[in-house]
Write a protein that binds this ligand. Sequence first.
Ligand code: NAP
Length: 252
Amino acid sequence: MSSYTALITGSSRGFGKSLAFAVSSKYPNSTIYLLSRPSSHHTETFNNLKKAHTDGTVHKVDIDFNDAADTDNPNNNYINIFKDCIEGIPVPTSSSNKIVLYNNHGTLGHLTASPPLSSVPIDLNLNITSCISLSLLFSSRFPLSSIVNVSSLAALKPFPTWSLYCASKSARDMFHHCLSLSHPTLKTLSYAPGAMDTDMQSHIRLNESDVEMKEAFVKMKEEGKLVDPDVSARKCVELVEVGKEGHVDYWD
Ligand SMILES: NC(=O)c1ccc[n+]([C@@H]2O[C@H](COP(=O)([O-])OP(=O)(O)OC[C@H]3O[C@@H](n4cnc5c(N)ncnc54)[C@H](OP(=O)(O)O)[C@@H]3O)[C@@H](O)[C@H]2O)c1
């Protein structure tokens, strides 16, 4: 019998939450791991998914990707928590037993032309280091698997006040392209989900320092042009199913 296991980071809300429900409806018998910081959103998503996913299994993993990745410290750091999580999952031996890491968590950080120096290591740790570390650990335990790097148009196109975010998304894309070259049975998809109606977009409308950009994002919301994250998530899950690789945009 075939099986499907999904690990979804940043699953408490927004696109990650939509991915969890999209996996559940396409694969009712699947095993889903929700990896997020402890919060009321995380608990609520877990409880709601458990109610909906009655033929499968849902696990809640409390993890903060801004924890120092100190591998010598056995207490509460994301590397150890993630290792424990994946070591509890049997390694699939055939392609009919699918295992997918949806590496989704991320932050926009400061939306300003000159972000404070103190934010550089914090944002890059969350957006790049933690994402890459999870993919490395996952691909070495599960060489026959798929990884979705949740990407963005910002991986390809520069925006004046999003320098750290654009640099992060670009680095993540390149890392995953390289990883798939060196792992022939690993599929990596860098999926740009479109400008979606999530908290990340409210953050732009509230905090964007570039007046023209702020107006453009406010207009997109007012004109109903933001993508529904549930629709984009279903597309992403389908792209994984058909084995798509490389950078794919929602609008492609
Ligand atoms: N929204 C868009 O228009 C858009 C467009 C292109 C790409 N994307 C990408 O899509 C992905 C999801 O974005 P979204 O719009 O859903 O964002 P969001 O609404 O801000 O949600 C971000 C998720 O990441 C989690 N997260 C943030 N910091 C974390 C940490 N330190 N440890 C663990 N989890 C953490 C959040 O958990 P908490 O609840 O604990 O904060 C939340 O679940 C991101 O990679 C983003 O770059 C979004």
